[in-house]
Design a protein around this ligand. Structure first.
Ligand SMILES: Cc1cc2nc3c(=O)[nH]c(=O)nc-3n(C[C@H](O)[C@H](O)[C@H](O)COP(=O)(O)OP(=O)(O)OC[C@H]3O[C@@H](n4cnc5c(N)ncnc54)[C@H](O)[C@@H]3O)c2cc1C
Length: 327
């Protein structure tokens, strides 16, 4: 190895982009806070008869207070068409951009559409968030792999605000369906009932998008009582914490210190014999069986809350550092 040379397997170049706006600046055109040229839905800038499109422009956005700079190929193409129509005198306007994006990160697909939780918090907009993990197609058909989802929606009326997904297969399809839903102001009730194509190689009888809608609708209607990680970490020391996973899964994945392992099949017995002191919090791998547990416990008069995102969330969150060490 020569001086200055480093061996490597892979080099990731992550330089980012910035809009080149010297010309716009010279013309005195109004700019967006990102530095890009501010345009309206017809791609008109603040200077009459000057349009701007593509990576240099910040058009109206659905998921931001006003405009957003989204330097991607889809919006750039649509902006070009709208600007050309406007110049030619045809009535056309750009639908607000949704910040829909997908990337291949080694063997994983990572997709996003609409608001992220960080953006909603920054805007101070009320929101609810649920996590789920669903196979991209029927589990009994070879090759099924889990897609991990995060869905953000309005807590009052269930309007879908954003989604992020990561998995090996099928992420693009779900992000595109959710993008269509967000573009049409659909709610968790709408996506729950979407009639999506199903055969075992392609999806499940309940498509992951339908499942997201079911969970979201349960939360909006108060059927599912969920607790978020931040609240969980604040309260779990005083609560009765129940892990509803089977012992072998718990042994393989780890658990939260101080909990009790009561798999779903043994929960009725536990509930009949126990009079828990204070709050009951349930968790599992992702939040499905722990949700079912809250419904079973309700039959016994025990008011329980399920940790959304489950043990995955406990382990993977940025607050991991503040959490008690996993076993
Ligand atoms: C490596 C890479 C990967 C990408 N992958 C994706 C992706 O997967 N999905 C996605 O949605 N987007 C992707 N993008 C972004 C996408 O390519 C851009 O958003 C899109 O091309 C922007 O279109 P545009 O017309 O604004 O600019 P451009 O496509 O950059 O076109 C600008 C043109 O202007 C020309 N030009 C510049 N200066 C002058 C001048 N002074 N005189 C005359 N001509 C000039 C340039 O040569 C160029 O041809 C990627 C970008 C890069 C760089």
């Amino acid at each position: 190895m020569d001086d200055g040379e480093q061996p490597f397997d892979t080099v990731v170049v992550a330089t980012g982009v910035s809009p080149r706006t010297e010309l716009a600046e010279a013309a005195g055109i109004e700019r967006h806070e990102s530095g890009a040229v501010a345009v309206d839905s017809r791609m008109r800038t603040s200077v009459p008869s000057i349009h701007a499109v593509g990576d240099v422009a910040a058009p109206p956005a659905a998921c931001a207070d006003g405009r957003a700079w989204v330097p991607l190929g889809g919006p750039a193409n649509r902006m070009g068409r709208v600007a050309a129509n406007d110049v030619a005198g045809h009535d056309d306007a750009l639908d607000p951009v949704l910040d829909t994006a997908i990337a291949k990160v080694f063997d994983l697909d990572v997709g996003t559409v609409g608001y992220t939780e960080h953006e909603l918090r920054t805007e101070g907009r009320p929101h609810e968030v649920v996590f789920t993990s669903e196979p991209d197609h029927a589990g009994y058909y070879p090759g099924a792999t889990d897609i991990h989802f995060k869905l953000l929606f309005d807590p009052e009326d269930g309007t879908v605000l954003g989604a992020q997904a990561i998995g090996s297969d099928g992420v693009d399809k779900r992000i595109d369906v959710l993008a269509t839903a967000i573009a049409h102001d659909d709610t968790v009730f709408d996506i729950r009932d979407f009639d999506l194509a199903y055969a075992p190689p392609y999806s499940a009888a309940k498509d992951p998008v339908n499942v997201l809608g079911m969970i979201g609708a349960n939360v909006v209607e108060g059927v599912a009582d969920v607790v978020h990680l931040e609240e969980f970490l604040d309260r779990y020391a005083e609560a009765t914490v129940i892990d509803t996973r089977p012992p072998e899964m718990r042994d393989a994945q780890g658990w939260i210190p101080g909990d009790e392992n009561v798999p779903l099949g043994k929960l009725r017995e536990w509930a009949a014999e126990t009079d828990p002191d204070g709050e009951v919090l349930t968790y599992c791998k992702i939040g499905k069986s722990s949700y079912m547990a809250t419904r079973i416990l309700a039959e016994y008069g025990i008011d329980a809350k399920s940790l959304t995102g489950g043990y995955y969330r406990y382990r993977r969150t940025e607050r991991e550092a503040n959490a008690p060490p996993a076993q």
